[in-house]
Design a protein around this ligand. Structure first.
Ligand code: FMN
Length: 195
């Protein structure tokens, strides 16, 4: 099936995402997020894409994690989404920086208490001696916050401002449809690509 790119990548992204929400059995919002270290060595992991608008794509994590160190040092990121049941892929590349404190607070406050305590308890990406050590941290923070849990200073969002967004749809005989949107002075340049 030939796809139509339209002129607005966020509109197309929303259409595909809405389809994925009904088609995928879980995590339609999972993205493979790539960062790169000072030597140019990439690393990639899944995170959940929680919000997006024309201002950028937002995900949330521990600011002291490996990914955060690399994202903050380079200011660059890319992600890829693959919706298996739709046979569609989206790739995004751009500049990345911390989300605002208000955005991070709003998202943190929307999470369940267990996840909020987990954000305090886990020194993400650091070595851990035993599962028991982690559970002791959970218990300690559970006691520390008998009522509302405030957002840890080491936890929050990132906003990836896209410079390139590519949409890929499976085609017969591997003759897939690809459209690349590249940010231009005003709006987007749109290019159809060979599969
Ligand atoms: C489907 C899925 C969703 C995930 N979502 C998040 C997320 O939103 N934020 C996060 O910090 N880690 C998330 N993780 C865990 C990360 O993949 C990763 O293990 C963790 O962030 C540490 O990565 P780092 O050491 O490269 O910083 C998710 C894992 C999976 C499989």
């Amino acid at each position: 099936m030939e796809i139509s790119a339209g002129t607005d990548p966020f509109e197309l992204f929303q259409t595909w995402f809405d389809e994925a929400v009904t088609a995928e059995i879980n995590d339609p919002d999972a993205i493979a997020l790539a960062s790169v270290n000072a030597d140019g060595m990439p690393s990639v992991r899944m995170v959940l894409l929680r919000q997006w608008s024309e201002d950028g794509f937002l995900f949330f994590t521990n600011y002291q994690s490996r990914k955060s160190g690399e994202l903050l040092a380079t200011g660059k990121a890319a992600f890829c989404m693959h919706w298996k049941s739709l046979r569609k892929q989206v790739r995004v590349t751009g500049q990345v920086g911390k989300a605002t404190a208000a955005q991070s607070d709003a998202y943190f406050n929307s999470r369940g208490r267990g996840s909020q305590i987990g954000a305090w308890a886990s020194a993400q990406s650091q070595p851990l001696g035993s599962r028991a050590e982690l559970m002791a941290q959970v218990e300690a923070h559970d006691k520390k916050f008998p009522d509302a849990v405030t957002r840890p200073p080491h936890w929050g969002g990132f906003c990836l401002v896209p410079e390139e967004i590519e949409f890929w749809a499976d085609g017969e005989h591997r003759l897939h449809d690809r459209f690349r949107f590249t940010r231009a002075d005003s709006g987007w340049d749109i290019q159809r690509l060979n599969p």
